[in-house]
Design a protein around this ligand. Structure first.
Ligand SMILES: NC(=O)c1ccc[n+]([C@@H]2O[C@H](COP(=O)([O-])OP(=O)(O)OC[C@H]3O[C@@H](n4cnc5c(N)ncnc54)[C@H](O)[C@@H]3O)[C@@H](O)[C@H]2O)c1
Length: 450
């Protein structure tokens, strides 16, 4: 296949193949070959959700929608009231759209009990923690939950990427601790990433994998790794988008290449929608401790510091007319980007669609290969499902690993080696990718041989 065809719009036959691949990958995702034969699930009837924020509220709704009763717990009455108000507002939208009747909403709301007492998690079969992303806070909380939860209860964390072994070590029962990574909004998004720690018991893994379908979701199993499967790949995608604009592209060019490939929105439009300030404190703090041997992009920090928060402030990577969500190019922002390149000593070069897509997509494939060789992901299809159902990867492409197989791993590996030679450390080729490329093999064949 010539490089100009790598990212061409898929034909109908390719779309059909991508859909069939996604169906079969979903069907396999629940199969965990290394669990002892006959491992059952623990019964789950009563759930406690700790933290009534964006995620906790969404998780309580997902449970209520599936007929599972929950107790939603937050630190104080105002936080809890805010959480309940958000749940009501979300359900009101469903009523307004005719998806649910008011009576159905009332029945679902009645299954959610609210509390400010952690002790009310004591009777739960499953506790799902969704407090701020702070390891020390989560460890403290898991220590407390350990003292109140009934024996045999499953203790799950919705962390987006913290070390679950470290969270489990704060309890006397690490075998009962597991990651249950829901996506936002949790009552809508189909993906549940289940993360087993070093010590998670087989029946706990099985229970969480069964919870996914019970909530109408697809559950994919991962092991502990920074960002698990989804955020580990997503990091590569974002990183390159940011480097690309420092190297010479403008945000609208990167976004146009990505939407042309099939994403509903590009990286920068998504940033503006979510708010560029999301994750600012963590990112800012990391500037002091991050590895010095590689490149980082800090432009998003400058945007926040200049009040360019995105749609909510009328300007971010784009500008927005009052009341409009349509991104418009903003000369002021573009001057900022150009100035940043100059500050970094980068001589800006024109960047084409091909380069944008190679850099945004092949970094994900390379990381996916690494997750397979490390055993973080069970199979390439699992990685595809995570990207398709949690991260907006275009369905017609079947996921990054299926896309790479279609392009040919020899081409992908050669591109990754070229990018490694040019851009250094972030592009260290995954040995599995090189090995499969040398053998003229594919991820699908690697999977079939196992
Ligand atoms: N927002 C997302 O898109 C997203 C997606 C996936 C995972 N996550 C993860 O979910 C978790 C929660 O994120 P969020 O966006 O819902 O945060 P949030 O700030 O909206 O809500 C956190 C809630 O936890 C409460 N809280 C804090 N300490 C508490 C304690 N000790 N006991 C009880 N409640 C406490 C806070 O009062 C707040 O209501 C984080 O670990 C985050 O990384 C978030």
């Amino acid at each position: 296949m010539s490089s100009s065809d790598w990212f061409a719009a898929p034909s109908q036959a390719e779309r059909d193949r991508a859909a069939a691949h996604a169906r079969s990958a979903e069907a396999q995702a629940g199969h965990i070959p290394d669990l002892p034969a006959g491992t059952g699930a623990r019964p789950v009837e009563r759930v406690a959700v700790i933290g009534a924020g964006t995620m906790g509220g969404g998780i309580a709704m997902a449970l209520a929608n599936a007929g599972l009763a929950s107790t939603l717990i937050d630190v104080d009455t105002p936080s809890l009231a805010r959480g309940l108000e958000r749940i009501r507002a979300n359900y009101a939208v469903s009523v307004a759209r005719g998806k649910l009747s008011q009576a159905q909403v009332e029945a679902r709301l009645a299954t959610i009990q609210a509390s400010t007492a952690l002790a009310d998690a004591g009777a739960a079969d499953l506790v799902i923690e969704a407090v701020f992303e702070d390891l020390a806070l989560k460890q403290r909380l898991f220590g407390q939950i350990d003292r109140i939860a009934r024996p045999g209860a499953i203790l799950a964390t919705n962390t987006s990427g913290l070390d679950i072994d470290a969270i489990a070590s704060a309890t006397t029962r690490p075998a009962d601790v597991v990651g249950a990574h829901f996506f936002s909004p949790a009552q809508v998004m189909r993906l549940l990433e289940v993360v087993r720690s070093r010590d998670t018991a087989p029946d706990v893994v099985q229970t969480l994998m069964a919870l996914g379908p019970r909530l109408g979701k697809v559950a994919v199993l991962a092991r502990v790794y920074p960002g698990f499967i989804g955020n580990a790949l997503f990091r590569q995608y974002h990183r390159e988008a940011h480097f690309l604009i420092e190297d010479g592209a403008l945000p609208h060019e990167v976004d146009a290449a990505l939407t042309g490939f099939g994403y509903a929105m590009g990286v920068f439009a998504v940033h503006d929608m979510a708010g560029n300030d999301v994750g600012y404190p963590t990112r800012k703090a990391q500037t002091a401790t991050r590895a010095q041997n590689r490149r980082w992009s800090d432009l998003i920090l400058s945007l926040v510091e200049q009040g360019r928060l995105g749609q909510k402030s009328g300007k971010g990577w784009y500008r927005y007319e009052p009341g409009s969500r349509t991104p418009q190019r903003d000369p002021e922002l573009e001057a900022l980007v150009v100035a940043e390149s100059a500050r970094l000593g980068i001589s800006r070069q024109a960047v084409g669609r091909q380069e944008i897509l190679e850099r945004c997509l092949f970094g994900m494939v390379n990381e996916g290969a690494r997750l397979l060789e490390l055993g973080i992901a069970q199979r390439p299809g699992d990685i595809d499902i995570v990207c398709l159902s949690g991260y907006g990867f275009p369905a017609a492409q079947g996921g990054p690993m299926a896309m790479a197989d279609r392009i040919g791993l020899d081409h992908v590996a050669a591109a990754v080696q070229r990018l490694h030679a040019r851009h250094g450390l972030w592009w260290q080729p995954a040995p599995l990718l090189l090995q499969l490329a040398r053998q003229g093999s594919s991820f699908a064949q690697w999977q079939a041989r196992r």
